[in-house]
Design a binder for this molecule. Structure first.
Ligand SMILES: *Cc1c(COP(=O)(O)O)cnc(C)c1O
Length: 383
């Protein structure tokens, strides 16, 4: 089976993890800070906070921005459920902004219209969470301009995006956001098995992220609220969690980071192969914004006839090609229907979902396999 996504683990990655197993610290040692520092160097963000998943990073990013009961947060309906669930964890209310029909990313015009209406109703969101679907960067300059105008904070869900850039800014630089979140799940660009990271340029936000990651506890003498009890003393200032990344994960992440550029280059080459092969056909590739470099987590294509998708999907699997669909709109999930969302709420997202299919794209896929996948897909599309 040609998988749609897969990790790439080298003998160096394995050795790095084994070294940690033979060391004194399996958690709370030197690897996590080293990994965070490396992410700062990569993205040019001032601060990075490693956690045990992007879901955790999204949760504590919302908490750091003081999202709580009575607050409203907007995200994209075309995303993994975690982009919306993080809002509900905080006791706040979630809503969605419809997408650009070409990219499936949060549409700045739809955002503008919704912000205008929300302002009239006195129900502006506190935070918006644009998602870089497939690693293709959202129109962040337009989104940030609107966020600034309306006093809304921005979390970029860049779970698909590490290694990409927007203009001259690396994804994660937070040039057009308050916090950026990365995922290191095995199907993503680099992996720590499970793991995530939040980057920010705001020292106060970084401190809050670090507090929430580890029980709300601080060991920094300058931050103590009570008199020092002795060298063993620490204080709890917030109700935090155990969202820490282990040393094993951080060592794997650091080792993987050394191959990030290669991974992104391979993914872009394979995507070029798909784009050229489909150029004159009825199948359309979903392409990155001009002037940006996508990390190309996913190769999403749009099929001409949504009614045939299921049959094509099944034929591709029978051919040994694990195609997928990213994503079923979050507002149509039974849980979200239970919150009052309904079919027709975000029509462009729903239409986008009906047309899309994800084709295999990861460093283990060869150009020959891309040709095979294209040939089989074109055959089934025209059947
Ligand atoms: C994978 C993913 C997440 C969650 O990542 P985890 O590290 O598995 O928690 C969040 N948002 C998007 C868009 C994702 O693809």
């Amino acid at each position: 089976m040609i998988l749609y996504g897969r990790q790439d683990i080298s003998s160096q990655d394995i050795a790095a993890v084994v070294d940690v197993l033979n060391s004194d610290y399996l958690t709370q040692g030197p690897c996590v800070p080293a990994f965070e520092k490396a992410i700062c160097e990569l993205t040019h963000a001032a601060h990075a906070v490693a956690v045990n998943s992007a879901t955790s990073a999204l949760h504590i990013a919302c908490l750091a921005l003081e999202v709580g009961a009575g607050d409203l947060v907007w995200t994209s309906p075309i995303t993994f459920v975690a982009s919306a669930n993080c809002v509900l964890y905080c006791g706040a209310e979630v809503d969605f902004v419809d997408v650009d029909p070409a990219t499936g990313n949060m549409c700045p015009q739809a955002l503008k219209d919704k912000l205008e209406k929300a302002k009239c109703l006195g129900r502006l969101p506190k935070v918006i969470i644009p998602v870089h679907l497939a690693g293709h960067c959202c129109d962040m300059q337009a989104i940030w301009a609107l966020a600034t105008e309306y006093g809304v904070r921005v979390i970029e869900d860049a779970s698909h995006g590490i290694g990409g850039s927007y203009g001259e800014h690396k994804i994660g630089a937070c040039r057009f956001s308050d916090i950026t979140v990365f995922s290191f799940h095995p199907v993503k660009i680099i992996t720590t098995a499970e793991g995530g990271m939040a980057t920010t340029n705001d020292a106060v936000l970084a401190k809050q992220l670090a507090l929430y990651r580890s029980h709300g506890i601080t060991k920094t003498a300058a931050d103590m609220l009570r008199p020092d009890e002795g060298p063993w003393y620490y204080e709890q200032h917030e109700l935090g969690f155990n969202y820490r990344m282990t040393e094993l994960q951080a060592a794997l992440g650091l080792s993987q980071l050394g191959r990030l550029q290669t991974f992104v280059e391979i993914r872009n080459r394979l995507a070029d192969g798909y784009r050229n092969a489909f150029a004159a056909s009825v199948v359309q590739t979903v392409d990155p914004l001009a002037g940006s470099l996508s990390a190309y987590h996913l190769q999403i294509v749009r099929l001409p006839d949504p009614a045939k998708r299921r049959a094509i999907f099944e034929k591709m699997h029978a051919d040994g090609i694990q195609v997928h669909v990213h994503y079923f709109p979050v507002h149509l999930q039974p849980y979200y229907l239970g919150l009052g969302f309904a079919k027709g709420d975000f029509p462009i997202a729903e239409k986008f979902y009906d047309e899309i299919m994800t084709l295999p794209l990861h460093p283990g896929v060869s150009q020959e396999q891309v040709e095979f996948i294209v040939q089989r897909l074109m055959l089934h599309v025209s059947a």
